[in-house]
Ligand binder design. Structure first.
Ligand code: FAD
Ligand code: NAD
Length: 406
């Protein structure tokens, strides 16, 4: 009998959770499992702000996919996904086409630029290992050039972070630790460096606990961050950014580095595929399948789950992507084994949110309790280690874990 073929797209949190659970639950004779990813490594997206600032080497944030999959059960294809032909049950890769019986779409999200002029060309995004490496190298280059040039351009040392959401704040926590090191390395007066955070909403970390937000702002201001709140970025140029000033005017902030951290949308492959979506995210059925597509599961940042209590989408997180991966795998096993039981409904189990403020400080709400300082920072590292454990077990934690916990 022909074995059903499950194709999992993406080796991020959602995709790897699905594959590692499937390889345990299904025998070699029960299904063909294929994993497709553009790199032969997985990266911890949740650590990319550290690699971007240069406070953690980029090799620390990634590991070989081979180290967590069982190659006797899972075929790995290194390729870029370009499209899905749902009618023909085929995935279009840059290397050719593959067919599937069941598809798991877990390609994550992409930066949302809201069509703002110049951002794609002149701003960096914290989106993958190479993008992180480029930000680190660029900031280093600006400092090195400043040290060398006879006519000093002070704006080289200005760093603008667009968006004071969790990504923007976590990056600011790291870069404020890195800048003093850079100043020492290149003999630059620290007072020449400007770090701006520009946020369109009237507060930092909109919607988060106000007391914790106050703590984070005080911590970052003490380290030199200048917040421009209630100020929308309207454009980016080779010289910096344009921000809204009054009704119709804009003001320029000259900056050598602009990091755009103002939101995510789903994968552009979803939009191409014709699967119904909102900003490239699929409002999935309770069992995580795409409406009208009984053989396609969508998980992680390309899925949209509504929090019924407030009637708004859950913010896309690794926490949710991993939980979805587990449920998706169990539902696939039911389908493959021909179980008569109904498929499992996915409900996020939010254990909390911790936002780092550099290596030794953080803020968070964990199991309903507020935490700050070293305690919160310790918890953040435990959350990071847990993600490694869930996918690769204790050996991966020993290899890649964060043990500088005190
Ligand atoms: P990802 O983990 O992003 O994986 C997608 C995978 O698909 C990647 O391996 C990518 O290379 C691959 N891929 C993409 N497109 C293609 C293609 N066309 N072809 C082939 N392969 C492709 N969430 C939390 O819960 N806690 C946190 O502390 C936290 N911190 C964060 C810090 C930062 C700096 C950022 C940017 C995000 C953070 N998040 C956090 C959010 C979290 O990282 C995402 O929600 C999570 O990564 C989504 O998982 P995913 O499986 O959908 O996608
Ligand atoms: P976000 O959408 O959470 O925040 C983006 C911020 O940018 C918002 O505050 C928004 O008001 C602002 N913004 C939008 N347009 C702007 C403009 N034109 N000018 C200035 N500001 C503008 O995005 P994010 O911070 O990238 O987070 C993405 C997802 O990843 C979220 O779901 C978040 O919860 C998750 N995340 C979690 C953690 C954590 O748990 N520690 C860390 C990072 C990211």
């Amino acid at each position: 009998m022909r074995k059903p073929k499950i194709v999992v797209l993406g080796a991020g949190y959602g995709g790897l959770m699905t594959v590692t659970r499937l390889q345990k639950a299904l025998g070699q004779d029960e299904a063909n499992i294929v994993l497709v990813n553009k790199n032969d490594y997985h990266y911890e997206t949740t650590w990319l702000h550290e690699a971007s600032a240069g406070t953690l080497h980029h090799d620390r944030v990634r590991y070989d996919i081979d180290s967590v999959i069982n190659r006797s059960k899972v075929e790995f294809i290194r390729a870029e996904v370009e499209d899905i032909k749902t009618d023909e049950k085929k995935v279009v890769l840059n290397t050719g086409e593959i067919d599937y019986d069941y598809l798991v779409f877990a390609l994550g999200g992409e930066s949302e630029t809201f069509g703002i002029e110049g951002l794609k060309e002149h701003a960096f995004t914290i989106s993958n290992v190479n993008a992180a490496r480029q930000i680190r190298e660029h900031i280093d280059y600006q400092f090195a050039t400043y040290a060398m040039e006879t006519e000093k351009k002070d704006e080289r040392l200005t760093i603008v972070v667009g968006g004071a959401g969790f990504t923007g704040i976590e990056f600011l926590g790291e870069i404020t630790n890195r800048v003093p090191e850079l100043c020492r390395e290149y003999d630059i007066d620290y007072s020449k460096v400007r770090i701006y955070c520009v946020e369109a909403a009237p507060m930092v970390l909109p919607g988060f606990d106000p007391e914790l937000v106050k703590y984070a702002v005080a911590h970052l201001e003490k380290k030199g961050v200048e917040f421009k709140i209630g100020t929308a970025i309207k454009g980016a140029t080779p010289e910096g950014i344009k921000v809204a000033k009054g009704e119709d005017e804009t003001e320029e902030i000259k900056a050598g580095t602009v990091v755009w951290a103002a939101g995510v949308r789903g994968s552009s492959v979803i939009e191409k595929s014709g699967i119904e979506n909102m900003r490239a995210r699929v409002k999935v059925n309770p069992d995580l399948r795409a409406p009208g597509h009984d053989n396609i599961f969508v998980i992680g940042d390309s899925s949209l789950i509504i929090n019924e209590e407030i009637n708004r989408p859950y913010p896309p997180t690794a926490q949710i992507a991993m939980q979805q991966g587990e449920v998706c795998a169990r539902n696939l096993v039911k389908l493959i084994k021909g179980s008569e039981d109904a498929l499992e409904t996915f409900t996020p189990d939010i254990k909390g949110t911790v936002c780092s403020l550099g290596d030794d400080d953080a803020i968070g709400v964990v199991f309903g309790k507020k935490v700050t300082g070293t305690k919160a920072s310790f918890m953040k590292k435990m959350v990071d280690n847990r993600a490694l454990y869930m996918i690769g077990g204790p050996s991966l934690v020993l290899k890649k874990g964060k043990f500088n916990v005190l």
